[in-house]
Design a protein. Sequence first.
Length: 255
Amino acid sequence: MDSAKVEPIYIKGSRDDAACIMVHGFIATPLTVKPLADIISKCGITVYAPVLKGHDTDVYDLEKATYIDWIDDVRKAYVKLKNEGYKDIIVCGPSMGGLLTLNFAEMEPDIKAIIVLCAPLRPKDKSLYYRWRNIKEENRFKVFPKSPEIKNNPLYGYDSYPLKKDKDIYTLIRNAEKNLSKIKCPMLVIYSKKDHLVRAVSAAVILKKTKSKIKELLILKNSGHSIAKGPEIDKVEVKILSFLGKLGYKVQEDQ
């Protein structure tokens, strides 16, 4: 990632009882979830977005990191916020960050609420399930065309990734779905019909198998996979603030 330095995002809120762990996606960084962090912080909630292991240097370090490391990164963030005195912890994440949110909520029953965006429980490219099983050395990295954000600012993430990491994402998918019934906290689930990577039916899987008494859903019509940077972010903001408001976290006038 050249000489650029990826840093966590920490937005101190006016409330002393609630904080949110904001989990970024695969080959992404906290900068990509900053719009979501800004929305949640409007309720006075402190937001902390850690850097997942292997996402702050180069793809060779990412190649060495595993899903276990990433779940541990979320747990470390949870412990950090608990040690700072926050009683209520919300976890939010898009894409792989959504998978990590589900996995962590299944392990930690004291989570106050979760917000899951476009988590790939049903990816459109089914080769993700098996292509990592037989990777040739010369083809071990998959290169993406550089998006304007990455091309102009490497702090937004990598433009390639190790194909062997598909196994980690597959494992997160499998484990998340297997243990969905363990989730009982309030949840907001957001997907888009025009997501080119994830099938929106993933939302139905989550809503059907979780045991939460409070479940809310937003299906977007015109957004892609990067919902936080999409054309319907205003709708996302309204829904998130409404959801948090029902949990007792109203928008703070001084935010």
